[in-house]
Design a protein around this ligand. Structure first.
Ligand code: ZN
Length: 443
């Protein structure tokens, strides 16, 4: 490696840390209420400036409402006949209560080997690694094998109505020619034994189905005998649904995940005892456990306005997450559980997505990780949550979660997402930037 190239590599690594910290300091809190949105425009302008500084042409798009900023840039590849790779990241973050944190969540403090703050792992880290790599490519004149579309987006944390979903409906030309995509919640390591790490690459996501339930009854005086109480009927239905165990289903992504983990660890996972198999997984059991059945968690209740008045209506919201291929069966089961007295409507509904863990792009992910962490293995997995991938899947783009991070064995990474003291190891950012560089040169 020439001196210049190792200089620009060191610079990109250093920039990934600095950019993560600076992005955290731009408050992009997304409460889900469009009236409270801050900072997405400022973050988008910051990103655009970092790209323009090294010679990128950028496109700024407000999605549906003032201030919901998105930024795009395209890097031409060597072979224009190949489909483009979309590298996308969201700029917003969930709220954080400073009184619960060891450092201020908007400080972007770099201390004790970590960058601290809201968005450190979800996902200003990946935005920063992507930016640092794009800047290095431009400085060094790197031509990737195919076109790369860089997209930095608003409103992922509220299902993308003012971000990805709006963009694919109103500005699909921005993604023209894209056949594959990478983004968040994948590519991080779990330590399986001694110094051997498995890197979890997201190949599937459960569907989101936010459900509103409503029961109507007869209003009346709270002191009387009353057989038609909306609150009683609704809460019974909510309790039935909240305690219901949907059937265990082994999807292709989870089957491949268990097979790979079995090969790496030597442990046996019995497909006829899925809960037992997942229980053996240690730190990731909570994450994988949510991908072997549909779930329905009641999250909101509304009814009544006075202690002695029986209201005529009671409402609840239930957060349902549905496995790929289970949509129709889930609705049938749901109606049986709820019974005829409960009205239901979807508040939000986004389908599950799933792709296979194969092909040249997957090979490039694996090779770039192994080059930086010899002995590493990559394994596919299903995310129980949802990301912007849902929008891009609807354009026929194959989506993967690949935001590479080599993590310390004892770090509870899953707990950092939307968690208190969210932080990302400085070494992991530098590692991820090196992997991203290799990956985008070979994609
Ligand atoms: Zn995210």
């Amino acid at each position: 490696m020439t001196e210049h190239l190792s200089d620009t590599r060191d610079l990109a690594e250093a920039e990934s840390v600095q950019l993560t910290s600076e992005l955290i300091r731009i408050d992009t809190t997304n409460t889900g209420d469009p009236a409270t949105v801050v900072g997405e425009r400022a973050a988008a302008e910051y990103v655009a400036e970092k790209l323009a500084e090294v010679g990128f042409d950028t496109t700024y798009v407000e999605s549906g409402a003032k201030g919901r900023g998105n930024v795009f840039a395209r890097l031409e590849g060597a072979d224009p006949s190949r489909g483009a790779l979309l590298v996308h990241g969201h700029l917003d973050a969930v709220p954080a209560d400073p009184s619960e944190w060891s450092v201020h969540p908007l400080s972007g403090a770099v201390q004790d080997g970590y960058v601290w703050g809201r968005g450190a792992v979800d996902m200003k880290d990946m935005v920063a690694m992507t930016l640092a790599t794009a800047r290095r490519f431009q400085r060094d004149g790197v031509v990737p094998p195919r076109d790369i579309i860089f997209a930095f987006l608003a409103d992922e944390e509220a299902a993308g109505d003012y971000g990805s979903q709006w963009l694919v409906r109103n500005r699909p030309e921005l993604f023209e020619g894209a056949t594959e995509a990478i983004s968040e919640v994948g590519g991080f390591s779990i330590t399986v034994k001694d110094d051997v790490r498995a890197y979890m690459i997201e190949t599937a996501e459960k569907g989101i189905a936010w459900l509103k339930l409503r029961v109507r009854g007869r209003a009346g005086h709270g002191s009387m005998v009353h057989e038609d109480n909306a609150v009683t009927k609704l809460t019974q239905a909510v309790a039935r649904l909240g305690t219901h165990k949907f059937p265990l289903v082994l999807t292709e992504s989870v089957r491949e995940f268990l097979a790979a983990m079995s090969e790496i660890t030597g442990m046996e996972f019995d497909e006829d005892d899925l809960e037992g198999a997942v229980g053996k997984l240690g730190a990731v059991a909570r994450m994988v456990g949510a991908t072997i059945r549909d779930t329905a968690n009641p999250t909101m209740l509304t009814a009544g306005y006075k202690a002695n008045v029986i209201p005529s209506v009671a409402e609840a919201v239930v957060d349902c997450r549905v496995l790929p291929g289970r949509e129709a069966a889930f609705e049938r089961e749901l109606d049986e559980i709820l019974g005829p007295d409960v009205e239901r409507e979807w508040v939000a509904k986004l389908p599950a997505v799933e792709t296979t863990f194969d092909g040249a792009l997957v090979d490039a992910m694996t090779a770039s990780i192994v080059a930086e962490d010899p002995g590493a293995r990559t394994v596919p997995y299903m995310l129980s949550g949802g990301t912007d991938a849902k929008a891009f899947d609807s354009l026929g783009i194959r989506c993967f979660g690949f935001a590479p991070l080599r993590l310390p064995a004892d770090l509870d990474f899953a707990a950092l997402f939307h968690g208190v003291d969210e932080r990302v190891p400085v070494d992991a950012l530098k590692f991820g930037t090196r992997v991203m560089d290799r990956f985008l040169r070979s994609c």
